[in-house]
Design a protein around this ligand. Structure first.
Ligand SMILES: C=C(O[C@@H]1C=C(C(=O)O)C=C[C@H]1O)C(=O)O
Length: 279
């Protein structure tokens, strides 16, 4: 059996509405936070997962994108926000939602490019409330980011909106990625692709049904949730989304968020070694 993992937030419901049915007899499906899915795909506990896009960049030698189904946006996304207690240009500490990997990187890219700042990072644990966290600004993603904040903030960024206006490109938060060894058999590879694409194509026909079923439990109206699926989110990796991914990779890499930092060769060396090479 192939082990599939998908994001447990509302944003993923249209991608998985019919997936379990398609997987019957050959795959299992587990729902979890994006950061945990990334860890479990990297460790081999999952074979195929909807992982944060930045994690694909970080582990590309072992990974392959297996579907055009994705969690993306072409403007305001609603569920990914930076809430700041000070003007954004003055943020010195940023609390990162522990469920996130991509928005964690994207918020740092935007703060660096737009304001030239690299705040100190602190965790924003899943079970914590924003008002318990001491930080100038907080990154919040997923269902909990969709509710009006309890505190009054100085500035609130919708990161989808900020990215799309800054780069004039779409943004891809997560995509379906498989470990390369699971794709050795071409039949398996094409079955995975077919099932994930079909599930998305079926799911995007069901916004109404999903909204009616899920909205109340999340404290949202059916109309709001329907609008989130239909207008904020975008579920297809097209050429614009691929260009957005390239730009994100470049920008995140430029500030050291993708490649592991190169060791400083003069560090940890015997003190008798010269630190400067003879000319
Ligand atoms: C739009 C969203 O995209 C998500 C953001 C992710 C991240 O920041 O790593 C990962 C997966 C997506 O679920 C959201 O969570 O609201």
């Amino acid at each position: 059996m192939l082990r599939f993992g998908a994001v447990s937030y509302l944003n993923t419901k249209p991608l998985i509405e019919t997936l379990a049915g398609h997987l019957e007899g050959w795959g299992t499906l587990r729902l979890d936070l994006p950061s945990r899915l990334a860890g479990d795909l990297a460790s081999g506990e999952l074979d195929v997962a909807l992982i944060p896009s930045v994690e694909y960049f970080r582990n590309q030698a072992n990974y392959q994108i297996v579907s055009t189904a994705a969690i993306a946006c072409r403007g305001p996304v609603w569920s990914v926000r930076v809430l700041s207690r000070v003007p954004m240009a003055e943020v010195k500490t940023l609390a990162l939602d522990e469920g996130s990997r991509t928005s964690a990187a994207m918020s740092q890219v935007l703060l660096s490019e737009m304001h030239g700042i690299r705040p100190q990072l602190v965790p924003f644990p899943i079970g914590a409330e924003a008002d318990e966290i001491e930080a100038d600004a907080l990154l919040m993603i997923g269902d909990r980011a969709m509710h009006p904040p309890r505190e009054t903030y100085r500035e609130i960024w919708d990161l989808g909106d900020r990215w799309c206006r800054w780069t004039e490109l779409p943004f891809v938060f997560a995509m379906w990625v498989a470990r390369r060894e699971c794709l050795a058999n071409p039949d398996t590879a094409s079955r995975i692709e077919k099932v994930l694409n079909e599930s998305r194509d079926e799911g995007v026909q069901c916004f109404e049904t999903i909204a009616q079923r899920e909205a109340a439990a999340q404290g949202l109206t059916n109309e709001d949730l329907h609008r989130y699926f239909a207008e904020n989110l975008h579920f297809h990796l097209g050429t614009g989304e691929l260009a957005g991914l390239d730009s994100f990779r470049e920008k995140a890499n430029a500030i050291g968020l993708i490649a592991p930092p190169k060791p400083n060769i003069t560090e940890n060396q015997p003190s008798s070694l010269p630190t400067q090479r003879p000319s």
